[in-house]
Design a protein around this ligand. Structure first.
Ligand code: NAD
Length: 390
C-alpha cells in the first residue's frame, strides 16, 4: 500500500509505519548522543505511544537504561486503514529497544479501567518485581469510571465566551474563533477525564499490590502557558482539570508518595492540535523560540527533565512544588516577543510572525510523514506486528 497523509480538521487519518519508525529512531539517536542519567531502572509509562509519554519512555530506556512497561490505547491496521501512529511508534520502539538489549513490553487497552491496572500489576510482578518510577502521560477525550459512567472532556472556557485569533488549519488563514463557556457538568466531566483521580487510582493500586519500590517516584505532566491562551487553557476547563492534578499531587505527597508535576512546554501533539487558538499560539511561539535559538521538541524537553531535574536529589521546583521545564517558553524575553508578534500577525504576514511550516512539519511528523529520508512512494505493508502483552 502507498500511504499518503489524509488530514481531516486537526487529525491525520493515516499514519506511515516507516515514517513513525524514523520519528522514534531520531528521538533515540538524540538521547543516545547525550550523557547518561542515573534514574529509575524499572519504569511504567502510562500513555507511552506518542507525545511526551513516548519521549519519556525513550529517555527512561536510553538515558537511564531502564526496563519499561508501556500502557497505550492504539489500533492496529485493518483492511484499508493504517494503524494509529502510536501503534507504529510502539512497534518501532520495541524493536529498537530489544535489539539494543532492553526489556520493553506494552499493554494496549484503556488505562482508566480496573482490568488494565490489574493486568499491568500482574506483568510487573511476573517480569520486574517492582517499579521505581511511574510516568502519567495520558491525554484522553473520555473516561469511563468503575461504575460505568462515561465522562467526556471539553475544551471550553469556564465563565464567559472568549474570542481570539486562530489559525484555520485547512486554509492557513487567520480567522476568529469564539469558545463558549462550559456548563458546570462539562467542567466536572473534564476534571474527571484529565484531572488527577485516575493517577491517584493507579498509585493506590500499585501500592496495594506492593509493586512499588520504597523510593519510587511518579511524575505527571501539565501545561500553564501564556496569558494569550489563559482563557482557553489555564483558566479554562482543561486548566480546572490541571488544578485538580496539582491537588492530587499534594494529596499523594501527604500519603507518602514521591509525586511530582512537571509543567512542560507547548508542542504540537495529537492532543494540543485539537485545542482552538493553541495552534496559532504554538506557531508564533515556534517562530520566536527558533529565532532566539531556545526551541526544544518533546525529546529535548523530556531529556532535560530526566537530566536536570528528576535525577537530582532535590529537584528545583516552583512555589507550588512543580518542575518548570516550560521555563524557556515562559521567560519574559520569549513571552514579550510573542505578545508583540501576536498583535501584529495577520493572514498576509503570517509566515513572518508565525512558523506555520514548522507547525505543519511537526504535525506531519506525528503521523510519520514529512521525513526526507523516507520514501513515501514506496509500497509498504501497513500491518506491523506489535508483540502486545495478552
Ligand atoms: P498525546 O496525545 O501525544 O499522548 C497521549 C497518550 O495517551 C498516547 O500514548 C495515547 O495512546 C494514550 N492514551 C489516551 N487515552 C488512553 C487510555 N484510555 N488508555 C491508555 N492510554 C491512553 O498527548 P501529549 O500531548 O503527549 O500529552 C501528555 C500529557 O502531557 C498530558 O497530561 C498533557 O496535558 C501534557 N502536556 C502536553 C503539552 C503539549 O503541548 N502537547 C504541554 C504540556 C503538557
Amino acid at each position: 500500500m502507498i500511504i499518503k497523509p489524509r488530514v481531516k480538521d486537526f487529525i491525520c487519518l493515516t499514519s506511515h509505519p516507516e515514517g513513525c519508525k524514523e520519528n522514534v529512531r531520531r528521538q533515540i539517536e538524540y538521547v543516545k548522543s547525550q550523557p547518561k542519567v542515573e534514574l529509575g531502572k524499572r519504569v511504567l509509562v502510562l500513555g507511552a505511544s506518542t507525545g511526551y509519554g513516548l519521549a519519556s519512555r525513550i529517555c527512561a530506556t536510553y538515558a537511564s537504561g531502564a526496563s519499561t512497561i508501556g500502557v497505550i490505547f492504539d489500533k492496529p491496521a485493518h483492511g484499508k486503514r493504517t494503524a494509529t501512529a502510536g501503534w507504529y511508534n510502539t512497534a518501532a520502539f520495541e524493536e529498537f529497544a530489544k535489539n539494543d538489549g532492553y526489556y520493553a513490553k506494552t499493554i494496549n487497552g484503556d488505562a482508566f479501567s480496573q482490568a488494565i491496572k490489574e493486568k499491568t500489576i500482574e506483568l510487573i510482578k511476573k517480569d520486574l518485581g517492582k517499579i521505581d518510577m511511574v510516568v502519567y502521560s495520558l491525554a484522553a477525550p473520555r473516561r469511563t469510571t468503575a461504575d460505568g459512567t462515561m465522562y467526556s472532556s471539553v475544551l471550553k472556557t469556564v465563565d464567559k465566551p472568549f474570542t481570539a485569533k486562530t489559525l484555520n488549519l485547512k486554509t492557513n488563514e487567520l480567522t476568529e474563533a469564539t469558545l463558549p463557556p462550559a456548563t458546570p457538568e462539562e467542567v466536572e466531566a473534564t476534571i474527571k477525564v484529565m484531572g488527577g483521580e485516575d493517577w491517584a487510582d493507579w498509585m493506590h493500586a500499585l501500592k496495594a499490590a506492593d509493586v512499588l519500590t520504597e523510593n519510587a517516584c511518579t511524575v505527571a505532566y501539565s501545561y500553564i502557558g501564556s496569558k494569550i491562551t489563559y482563557p482557553i487553557y489555564y483558566e479554562g476547563t482543561i486548566g480546572a482539570a490541571k488544578q485538580h492534578l496539582y491537588k492530587t499531587a499534594e494529596t499523594l505527597r501527604q500519603e507518602g508518595f514521591n509525586a511530582i508535576i512537571s509543567v512542560n512546554k507547548a508542542l504540537v501533539t495529537q492532543s494540543s492540535s485539537a485545542i482552538p487558538i493553541v495552534p496559532l499560539y504554538v506557531a508564533v511561539m515556534y517562530r520566536v523560540m527558533k529565532d532566539k535559538n531556545v526551541h526544544e521538541g518533546t525529546i529535548e524537553q523530556m531529556y532535560r527533565l530526566w537530566h536536570e531535574y528528576l535525577s537530582q536529589p532535590q529537584p528545583k521546583v516552583d512555589d507550588e512544588h512543580r518542575i518548570r521545564i516550560d521555563d524557556l517558553e515562559m521567560s519574559d524575553d520569549v513571552q514579550n516577543t510573542i505578545f508583540e508578534y501576536w498583535d501584529k500577525v495577520t493572514t498576509e504576514n503570517l509566515t513572518q510572525y508565525a512558523d506555520v511550516d514548522g507547525y505543519w512539519n511537526d504535525f506531519y511528523n506525528l503521523f510519520g510523514f514529512g521525513f526526507d529520508n523516507v520514501d513515501y512512494d514506496a509500497d509498504v505493508n501497513p500491518e506491523v506486528n506489535l508483540d502486545l502483552v495478552e
